[in-house]
Structures are given as structure tokens and as C-alpha cells.
Write a protein of this length. Structure first.
Length: 488
């Protein structure tokens, strides 16, 4: 079915803008959490006297937020967006309080896992709500609002997190979420009362959901631990991959036999969903991978301080907003709306290849290249989301958006794992020792050119972007429903 037959009820532009404005704080809360914690991790490790398990604070959030992304989408199709958004915010706030009160690393890790159970639903639900209130062709209007949220979190998070960790107490990084979360819940509750209801009654496939989460957890643990905590061919990692494959096979059998499967086959077989999720996942994966490893590149290759490295990384976050806005405007006014993202992503690939060929370029040249990469990656965000939502029935939109976010997180974890393996191998780090960062810093302090190591990091990012470009080319360019502008 090319175009869903059922036409949902949409709000006027003024009404839609008020609803979206009401959920911006919730979106900011989820986005800020991804950036504010990182700069405080060393301080947390020293205060709790546990560096060995510090990485679990990141892994726990990644695991829980990833595995529940599709679940929130499905539940919102059953129980409505408002109820599930309020539940997600409430769980996130509760997890934040546990983290702030944590007397040891185990409690902090458990709190981060609880945070992920809530935070993993906020962003997918926000994307679905934008789809509920406006027709696909008009959704580009709101990219500026969403972009401001991401830029604010991307720029302000590391700065605020570093200031709190250095001058105050790290627990305030989590306490700040409590009043923000309460305010976000009040604004969300007020805004979503006017949300049109397009959901239908569904039966939740508990067994299918459990199998999917088990497969995702095993795969994420393998990608997170492989090459860092254990060698890639160690029994631990091979067992995790085997479990992921077994649970995936069981999940596929389940969705082909269940009366109402957790992920309907009509969604999984939809070419727009498949190619859109792949394009989005590869673009986001390359961006996150670079965000993780470029600060090391700046410090080890160009001998910049940690704060300067953070400043030089800002363009890749900031420039996603112009890319998103351009893609959104193209969808509003152009019949062939893929052209802008195709051009932007091609330029991003060229910039990444340039960094792979000339890895010792000046920091300002690297910053310019990262700006182009940010524009290219940003242009894929709204396109993939709107195309996927446009290709399914209204009452399946939550499920489809959850699927996109789920696979986006998996591909991002894969990209980080690949780049991490490249860096560790380049510096001769033994995974079982778990001292990768120390070895890298020591190598940089010893002098010498280590840019050749990061050449392959940029090459890996370019490879993911090329895969994303191929998926974008293959993405069916179906007519977008609604809109008042004339497509040309």
C-alpha cells in the first residue's frame, strides 16, 4: 500500500505549534541527559572510588533506553501518547533521583538503568506527537524548534556538566532533572490534552517484546564489551553474539506466528521503513562515533586541552540544525524532496573522506569539515522520520517510529564499536586489561605523530555515511500527505 488509506485528524498550525511547544522541555530533558553526564564521569569515579565499573553508567542507560524505544511506540498506539509520555517522564525523574542519592557505583548504575527506561521513550514519543498534529508535508515547519533543543543540549550540556563537577557536587547533574522533569510533565499534560487520538485497540505481544529486548541486550553487550573488556573472539563475546542470533531467530518465528505480533510484518516489510531506518541509523551512527573519538583526536594529534577539544567539537552538533531545517523546507515545497538531503549527505561524505586522507589537518580545517558533516547528518533526521511516518497507517505510527529509533540505536552502537576497535588496535591496547584510555593518553604524551590511527576512524565514519547514502537513494520518494505549499 503506497499511501495509507485512513486520513487522521490534524490540528491547525497555531494549535500544532502550541502542542509541540508544550513537549519541547521533555525533549530537552532527554537530549541534555546524553551530554551533561559525560564530562562529570571522571569526578564521579573519583568520588565513588570505582573507576573499573564507571563505564556501566553509560552502558546501563544505553541498554535500557534502546530496548524500550519500540515498546513505548507500541504502547502509545494502544494507550495514547499523553499517558505514555507522562509515564516516561515520571520514570526518568525517578531514575534521576536514585542517581543523585547513590552512595556507591552499583546504585548509580541501577539508577542510570531506570533513567534509560524513561528517557528511551521521550524522544520517540515526541517524534510521534509531531506526526499526530501535522500532515507529513508540513512537519518541516517545526524543525527549527526541535533543532534549537538539540543545539542547546549539545552545547550547554558539556559546559554545565563540567562546571557542576568542578565547582559543585556531581549529584546536582541528576538533581537538576527533577524540577525540569516535573515542569515538563505539567507542560506536557496541558499540551497533549488537545492531541487528536488516532490509536486503535491492540493486543501487546509480551513474548515477542521479551524476545526482541533479549536479542537487543545481548547484541549491545557484545558490541560494548568487544575489544574493550574482552577480545572480540573471546568466549564471552562469542556467547553474547550466539545468544543475540538465537533470540533474533526466536523473535522472527514469533512475529510470523502470533495473532498480532509485536512488530507487524507489514511494517518490517515496508521498503520505506527499512531504507529510512538504515539511512537514519548510519548517519546517526557516524555522527555519534565521531563525537566520541574526535575529542581524543584533538587531544592526541593536536595537543589541545579537554575544554578546547569540546569547543572544537561544537560544530558537528550545531550544524545539524541548518541541515534539518533545509530538509524540512524541501519536504514542504518540493516534489522531489530527497534532493537536498542527497546533496548534503554527499558533501558530508566528501568532508569525511578528506579527513581520512589528510588526518593531520589543522584543527580549524577539521572543525570546518565537521560542520559539513553535521549539515549532512542533520538533513537525514527529518526526512527519514517523516517518510517512515508517511508510509504507515496512523494507528501504526508509534510502532514504526519506535522501530526507527531502535535500529538507529543499534547501528550507533555498532559504529562506536567499530571505531573503538580501530583506535584500540592502532594503539596496541590489550582489551582484557581495560586500560585503553590510559594507553592512548600515554602514547600522545610521548610525542610523535599518531594521526594515522585516526585516519581509519574517519574512513569508518565515511563508510557508514556511504551506506546511509545508498539507503537514501533507494528510499522510495512517495508523495507526502497534506500541506498547503505547492510542491515543485
Amino acid at each position: 500500500m503506497d499511501v495509507p488509506a485512513e486520513r487522521p485528524a490534524y490540528l491547525s498550525y497555531v494549535e500544532a505549534r502550541s502542542v509541540i511547544s508544550g513537549i519541547l522541555l521533555a525533549m530537552f530533558l532527554a537530549a541534555l541527559n546524553q551530554t551533561i553526564v559525560a564530562t562529570a564521569l571522571p569526578t564521579i569515579g573519583r568520588d565513588l572510588q570505582d573507576f573499573e565499573n564507571l563505564s556501566w553508567t553509560v552502558t546501563a542507560y544505553l541498554l535500557t533506553s534502546t530496548v524500550v524505544a519500540s515498546l513505548y511506540g507500541k504502547l502509545s498506539d494502544i494507550h495514547g501518547r499523553r499517558a505514555m509520555m507522562l509515564a516516561a517522564i515520571g520514570i526518568f525523574v525517578a531514575g534521576s533521583a536514585v542517581c543523585a542519592l547513590a552512595p556507591n557505583m552499583l546504585t548509580l548504575v541501577l539508577g542510570r538503568g531506570l533513567q534509560g527506561l524513561g528517557g528511551g521513550g521521550i524522544m520517540p514519543l515526541a517524534q510521534v506527537i509531531v506526526g499526530d498534529v501535522s500532515p507529513p508535508r508540513d512537519r518541516g515547519r517545526y524543525q527549527a524548534y526541535i533543532g534549537i533543543v538539540w543545539v542547546g543540549a549539545g552545547v550547554g550540556g558539556p559546559v554545565v556538566g563540567g562546571f557542576i563537577a568542578e565547582h559543585l557536587h556531581w549529584s546536582l547533574i541528576f538533581w537538576i532533572n527533577v524540577p525540569l522533569g516535573v515542569l515538563a510533565a505539567l507542560l506536557t499534560n496541558w499540551a497533549l490534552k488537545r492531541l487528536p487520538r488516532n490509536e486503535r485497540w491492540h493486543q501487546l505481544d509480551i513474548i515477542g517484546a521479551g524476545l526482541m529486548m533479549a536479542a537487543a541486550s545481548a547484541l549491545l553487550l557484545a558490541l560494548t564489551w568487544g575489544g574493550t573488556r574482552y577480545p572480540w573472539l573471546s568466549p564471552h563475546i562469542l556467547l553474547l553474539f550466539a545468544l543475540a542470533a538465537a533470540f533474533t531467530a526466536a523473535f522472527w518465528w514469533r512475529i510470523t506466528h502470533a495473532a498480532e505480533p509485536y512488530l507487524p510484518l507489514s511494517i518490517l516489510k515496508n521498503p520505506v521503513v527499512r531504507t529510512g531506518a538504515l539511512a537514519s541509523g548510519c548517519a546517526v551512527g557516524a555522527s555519534i562515533g565521531l563525537t566520541v573519538f574526535v575529542p581524543f583526536y584533538y587531544e592526541l594529534v593536536h595537543k589541545l586541552s579537554a575544554s578546547d577539544s569540546g569547543l572544537f567539537l561544537i560544530p558537528i552538533a550545531v550544524m545539524t540544525t541548518p541541515g534539518s531545517i533545509m530538509a524540512g523546507r524541501a519536504m514542504m515545497h518540493m516534489r522531489h524532496y530527497k534532493r537536498i538531503p542527497l546533496v548534503c549527505l554527499s558533501i558530508a561524505i566528501a568532508a569525511t573522506i578528506y579527513l581520512a586522507v589528510y588526518p593531520a589537518s589543522s584543527p580549524f580545517t577539521v572543525m570546518a569539515a565537521l560542520s559539513l558533516i553535521g549539515v549532512g547528518v542533520g538533513s537525514v533526521f527529518p526526512l527519514s522520520t517523516v517518510c517512515i511516518q508517511n508510509a504507515v497507517l496512523p494507528y501504526q505510527m508509534g510502532t514504526a517510529t519506535g522501530v526507527m529509533n531502535f535500529f538507529r540505536a543499534l547501528v550507533s552502537a555498532l559504529a562506536v564499536a567499530v571505531m573503538g576497535a580501530i583506535v584500540l588496535a592502532g594503539f596496541g591496547v590489550a582489551p582484557e586489561r581495560g586500560r585503553g584510555a590510559e594507553v592512548m593518553i600515554a602514547a600522545g604524551a610521548a610525542g610523535g605523530d599518531v594521526s594515522h590511527v585516526f585516519r581509519w576512524v574517519f574512513a569508518a565514519a565515511a563508510a557508514f555515511l556511504v551506506i546511509g547514502l545508498v539507503a537514501l537513494i533507494r528510499l522510495p520518494e512517495r508523495p507526502l500527505r497534506g500541506g498547503s505549499g505547492r510542491a515543485r
